[in-house]
Design a protein. Structure first.
Lengths: 458, 396
């Protein structure tokens, strides 16, 4: 527990009602979207940047670990304490500060929920494309700290591609403002990129200016069923070779198809090796024409069936299979470990075959789905964490998965980040020199190691 | 006072959460997106995911149940939005209700709610007035309604509910309803002092035992009228009749249970209610949680509204199964009025966002909370029941 005097100092900064220390509060801030949990010593919910600066100044002086947290939808245990400390929750900083129509940019506080921002800018015909599946229950601050992705990233890029400027509170309480609205900016180091994806280890993001684009007028959705995975993979390449970049290109392999069928009975073909869900967008004519080409390429490439939605309701129906995956997992086993390895697109068939072998060798159900266009796969290992022997096998399977990803020329994480869960495997991917450089940067910005200690690397 | 739970079986809700037969919470956090309480307080402790985490901690003997735990479970609207969005299918409504039952059993129910329970048990209504005054709403009507005629039986019994009977600002709804029934030429009756509280507030506080006397009484009172249909303007009364009365009766009820909007939609379809044109107005429909999400009645009220010429129906951001509670659910207002008001303000904001001039609902509780929200925020937006708009369109 934090000492009484520190608690009272913290309470003075934010107001006592925004400092939580009850056993109930500590339990509720001990987890994220994974199965990991570990209690913090206190939870603080500051109202603004100035309060956060004071909190960090105090924690730096007193060497108290600070774990920045948004809505804790993360999938790498990056906001789960490792050894107590103070959870610094940024959800109260949730204002939309400005929509600059002329420059097509929005400035927001870190705690705004990403879909709330999207709804507001879409009213003006503008578009903020990044769409992590947690878009309705995650904050921009968290998205930037983890450099979140999502299905639309194939065409539109990831969160980091939209961050123009940041306000960050540093470990010692200083406030850094970096970047701006100038599209071209090579004045000094690119600090915006440095903090993007830093998982709360370099500073606390409090405000961001984000690039927006024009909202596409129309979209088309199709579902293509492939008896053979190889054909699905080749069709994806053929579509992209054809000059068409679909807004989304989602893949469900036969493990995911069967998991969904077990629980939803949507009538999906259980013997198909892959289903692609493809969305084109743009002006109505472009979206329709692109979809015609996509459908033709899939049919010629070995799809047994291509269904194109004619109405938004039909489009919803086609997405249902994909959207039901996560729900079907919790019904199979009590716990899941969702990985997000990212491999070169051409390696998808080999990778999926490899994952199936791991599943067999380790005797664990692994459900595979992901973003076929960018090679980002989500193998989800299903297990029961109360069974220690099974947990051993899960850890072995994770090591196998990461080994496989690196062996085919890929990487551990496409969008979830490293956090606690992937920390042991980081060096095998990036190598010792990269870790050394990262450690130097971290030490320069946080010499006392108070910011999210124990995450990414030690 | 803290209660140490030594075995989950002492705490039924902990048993449901840890039962391997039930889908487990995978902590995805999707419920945070729709929980009106979380969206207002921004506290994980108020989120459905947090509530489950607390119960897991109780089951694992990591947490003693005390006042704060109790407050988290009573600081809930029982709106069911979390259960609807949960991709894993965690039985959240069942768990939250069971936790309230447990709290009541272990005497951890907040005093204000216990007091409400005592009032209902003694007076058979939520206001504490003499239950014989249930027909005060008829006192200032121009013509005495036919519903008051003494009679042995009726085709339709109209179950008015406590809010319409005892809250003067809600009298308009039963007044409207009996006029509509008369205009449609339906043989109907109300029970007056023989109508007792349906038991809903007791049940959701966790006081199931006390509710059973009320339920038995109402079942007998209505059976004695030998009706074909019982119609409700209060969705909560309807919900409890549909789900609890049936099982208490232990047999199929010998009459049909209908919400007023279902009856009105049927009358419109049958040509028994013909609407004249109202001045053009932009109307949004607010789905009450107990009528929409819980009774799956989404279309009937919309059909009535769309049958009224001049009404332009627009949908709010959260509608139908994803509707946002008005703030009046779960006895939250009795327990924490400030929080309830903040949630009402959010819903009012959604109506303003679609530039509605009228919020139509089908629940006197929603109407009351949203009307107060409009007054508090000085927003010029009228809040009416679908039945009230229907009556206006008959009289224009």
């Amino acid at each position: 527990m934090l000492s009484e005097s520190i608690q009272s100092e913290l309470g003075e900064i934010v107001g006592n009602e925004h400092l939580l220390t009850s056993p109930e509060a500590l339990i509720c801030y001990s987890y994220d979207g994974t199965f990991h949990e570990s209690l913090p010593e206190a939870v603080i919910l500051p109202a603004d940047t100035a309060e956060i600066a004071q909190v960090l100044e105090l924690c730096n002086r007193q060497r108290i670990p600070v774990i920045p947290r948004g809505m804790a939808s993360g999938l790498a245990a990056a906001t789960v304490p490792v050894d107590g400390g103070l959870i610094l929750n940024t959800v109260r900083l949730n204002r939309l500060l400005e929509i600059d129509k002329a420059n097509m940019m929005a400035t927001v506080q870190a705690g705004i929920i990403t879909s709330d921002l999207q709804l507001e800018v879409e009213k003006l015909g503008l578009f903020y494309p990044p769409d992590p599946s947690s878009v309705r229950h995650s904050t921009i601050g968290g998205n930037i700290a983890c450099n979140a992705g999502g299905p639309r990233c194939l065409k539109y890029g990831i969160t980091g591609d939209y961050v123009m400027a940041l306000e960050v509170v540093l470990a010692d309480g200083r406030i850094l403002r970096t970047g701006g609205k100038a599209i071209k900016n090579v004045t000094g180091y690119d600090l915006v990129s440095l903090f993007t994806g830093s998982e709360g280890t370099l500073g606390v993001i409090t405000e961001a200016t984000l690039k927006l684009i024009a909202l596409p007028e129309a979209k088309r959705t199709a579902q293509a069923i492939f008896p053979r995975l190889e054909d699905a993979s080749k069709s994806v390449n053929a579509v992209l070779w054809g000059g068409i970049v679909p807004a989304t290109l989602e893949l469900m392999d036969e493990t995911a198809i069967n998991a969904v069928e077990d629980y939803m009975q949507l009538g999906l073909p259980r013997d198909a090796e892959a289903i692609l869900i493809i969305e084109t967008d743009g002006d109505p004519a472009d979206a329709a024409r692109d979809m015609d080409v996509v459908a033709r390429i899939c049919s010629e490439g070995g799809a047994s069936e291509v269904r194109i939605a004619k109405t938004p309701a039909e489009s919803d129906e086609l997405w249902r299979a994909r959207r039901s995956i996560s729900g079907s997992l919790g019904r199979k086993r009590p716990n899941k470990l969702g990985e997000d390895i990212s491999v070169p697109r051409s390696a998808i068939p080999d990778t999926i075959r490899g994952i199936k072998e791991i599943s067999q060798n380790r005797n664990l159900p692994i459900v595979i789905f992901g973003h076929a266009g960018d090679g980002n796969l989500h193998p989800n290992i299903l297990f029961d964490k109360n069974d220690p022997e099974e947990w051993q096998r899960v850890q072995a399977a994770v090591a196998d998965l990461f080994g496989l990803a690196v062996a085919v020329g890929g990487t551990l994480s496409g969008e979830h980040g490293v956090g606690t869960l992937k920390k042991p495997f980081l060096e095998s991917d990036v190598g010792p020199v990269a870790i050394d450089v990262m450690r130097s940067v971290r030490h320069a910005l946080d010499p006392h190691g108070i910011l999210n200690p124990g995450k990414i690397f030690d | 006072m803290n209660v140490k739970i030594t075995s989950p079986s002492e705490f039924q809700s902990a048993e449901i959460v840890t039962d391997r037969q039930n889908p487990a919470c995978i902590r995805c956090g999707l419920c945070l997106a729709t929980c009106p309480v979380y969206r207002t307080t921004l506290r994980e402790t108020d989120s459905p995911r947090g509530k489950i985490a607390l119960l897991n901690a109780v089951a694992d003997d990591r947490l003693e149940v005390g006042q704060e735990f109790s407050e988290r479970y009573y600081g809930c609207l029982l709106c069911g939005a979390c259960a609807t969005i949960c991709p894993s299918g965690v039985p959240l409504e069942e768990i939250i209700q069971a936790a309230r039952d447990d709290m009541s059993l272990h005497k951890l129910e907040p005093e204000r709610l216990a007091q409400l329970g005592r009032i209902i048990a003694e007076h058979h209504n939520i206001s504490g007035e003499d239950n014989a005054h249930r027909l005060l709403w008829t006192a200032n009507m121009e013509d005495e309604p036919m519903a008051l005629k003494p009679r042995e039986t009726a085709d339709v019994v109209y179950f008015v509910g406590c809010v319409g009977s005892f809250f003067p600002r809600s009298y308009r709804l039963p007044q409207t309803m009996v006029q509509l029934l008369e205009k449609a030429d339906i043989d109907h009756a109300v029970l007056g002092g023989e109508e007792w509280c349906c038991g809903y507030p007791l049940l959701i506080n966790g006081e199931l035992d006390q509710a059973s006397e009320l339920i038995q009484h109402n079942l007998e009172a209505i059976k004695s009228m030998n009706p074909e249909k019982v119609v409700f303007t209060c969705p909560s009364c309807l919900h409890i009749w549909n789900h609890v009365y049936r099982s208490v009766a232990g047999e199929e009820l010998p009459f049909e249970l209908l919400h007023a909007t279902q009856l009105l939609a049927d009358l419109v379809d049958a040509g028994k209610l013909r609407f004249r044109e109202l001045p053009a107005q932009r109307v949004t429909y607010h789905d009450p949680c107990d009528l929409g999400r819980k009774e799956k009645i989404f279309d009937a009220p919309r059909r009535v509204l769309q049958a009224i010429p001049g009404v332009e129906l627009v949908e709010m951001r959260d509608n139908r199964a994803n509707s946002h509670c008005c703030g009046g659910g779960g006895n939250l207002e009795t327990f924490n009025a400030e929080l309830s008001y903040a949630i009402s303000d959010l819903r009012l904001g959604q109506a303003q966002e679609v530039e509605a001039k009228v919020i139509a609902s089908a629940c006197q509780q929603c109407e009351r909370t949203l009307t107060e929200a409009a007054r508090r925020n000085r927003v010029r937006i009228r809040v009416l029941d679908v039945a009230e708009l229907a009556l206006q369109a008959l009289e224009e």
